[in-house]
Design a protein around this ligand. Structure first.
Ligand code: SF4
Ligand code: SF4
Length: 401
């Protein structure tokens, strides 16, 4: 298993991390026997980073991981788990959750502890105002956690705000060949690296979409270069090709997926994709682009929008709905386009000022398309639902409505 050193603390981390949100299930609950066998097999083959969360598998993931790592496995790995901000309204809530996590994981220390799914700086500041960051520093000083980080789903601007808001030990972002210009984006990855903050990558296969829902032409483009390399291998190698990525998390549900990922992780090297291989990705992205409803290349020339609209983000979310048949597209749209942040970036924020349109090399009628996006991905219930979610999450009301 290849490893990459966390330059912050010298941890030699396996390039493949085990994401514990998609364990095999039987009759709707975790298949314990298979999951434990997979976890132990992964450790025996060199995986030493396990990423879980308080809420994964309805709260059962941490307990399963704790059980699997008992009997001598715990000492061989790093455990990452997360504090769910939406369950924390007083400091005692966070403390109670943390103690519960130690008990579920059968450990006295969490190696990597994250604030889960931060979407903007206001969310971080709310937790800080409750004393959460001071408390995390105090338990870090006591050795109950080793590293303080955050996982992120939001817009590029919000990522830049959050990463600069606190001296983080590490961060976790969504990154794959289709999301190079979405969410934290490549510039976010490079910014983290420049700041010396190790990056853990999640969703390298977009929740399986880059394997299961690909158009036949894309599969053929991959096969034309190498008949034996699967779409999953292409996607994973693309992420690992970035030297700035410390660990890639894969939520493995079968023994076959684990075996394939370990095989790839055993030999993959940063900056190892050849010019020809990178051209295959260019072709694949071009095919996917041609199949998209709106030909946005996410170049960003239309940005910034004076009203805060994340134009490429909105258009990309709309395209995904048709291209990859993404489920939960509305929920993801709400989450990643800033509707749950103090600065919403969703399509209906557009005031049709027209500033963006002349800059678009694809000649997209941006305000008109944003209206369609808003109609299809927002609809009449969007604002009330977003308002309730914001209230629950204690997010400040946006200045513009
Ligand atoms: S037309 Fe809409 S999206 Fe474009 S800059 Fe103006 S407000 Fe922003
Ligand atoms: S300028 Fe056009 S192609 Fe580029 S991000 Fe904006 S809408 Fe997309």
């Amino acid at each position: 298993m290849q490893t990459r050193v966390n330059t912050n603390n010298g941890d030699d981390l396996s390039v493949l991390g085990f994401g514990c949100m998609r364990f095999p299930t039987k009759n709707g609950i975790i298949d314990e026997e298979r999951s434990i066998a997979m976890i132990r097999d992964a450790v025996d083959k060199g995986v030493n980073y396990f990423d879980t969360a308080y809420i994964y598998h309805n709260g059962k993931s941490e307990s399963l991981l704790g059980k699997a790592l008992s009997g001598g496995y715990r000492e061989r790995v790093r455990i990452a788990t997360k504090l769910p901000p939406f369950m924390v309204y007083r400091l005692e809530h966070a403390q109670k959750i943390f103690n519960n996590q130690l008990s579920r994981l059968m450990t006295d220390k969490i190696d990597y502890y994250l604030l889960h799914m931060l979407t903007d700086r206001a969310m971080f500041e709310r937790l800080a105002s409750l004393g959460v960051m001071d408390w995390l520093e105090s338990i870090k000083a006591k050795g109950e956690i080793d590293n303080i980080g955050f996982s992120f789903h939001g817009s590029k601007t919000d990522f830049e705000d959050i990463i600069k808001a606190y001296p983080w030990d590490f961060c976790q972002i969504q990154y794959n060949y289709l999301d190079e210009n979405r969410q934290a984006t490549k510039s976010g990855l490079l910014l983290a690296a420049q700041m010396g903050i190790p990056v853990i990558v999640m969703e390298p296969l977009r929740g399986g979409k880059l394997v299961m829902n690909l158009p036949e032409e894309v599969i053929q483009a991959f096969r034309h270069f190498d008949a034996d390399r699967s779409p999953a291998e292409w996607a994973l190698r693309w992420v690992w090709n970035h030297p700035e990525v410390n660990v890639l998390l894969s939520g493995m549900s079968t023994e076959e997926q684990l075996a394939e990922n370990i095989r790839i992780a055993n030999h993959v090297q940063p900056n190892s994709l050849s010019e020809e291989e990178l051209q295959v990705f260019d072709r694949v992205k071009k095919i996917l682009m041609e199949k998209t409803k709106i030909p946005c290349t996410a170049c960003g020339y239309c940005m910034p929008c004076p009203y805060g609209v994340d134009i490429p983000g909105c258009l990309s979310a709309y395209n995904d709905k048709y291209l990859l048949g993404s489920r939960n597209v509305r929920l993801r749209y709400m989450q990643t386009l800033g509707s749950l942040s103090a600065r919403p970036a969703n399509a209906s924020q557009c005031r049709e000022c027209g500033k963006c349109e002349p800059h678009c090399p694809q000649e997209i009628a941006i305000p008109k398309q944003l209206k369609i996006v808003a109609k299809e991905l927002e609809g009449p219930l969007y604002k009330p639902i977003a308002a309730i979610a914001r209230k629950v999450l204690r997010i400040n009301t946006p200045k513009q409505s």
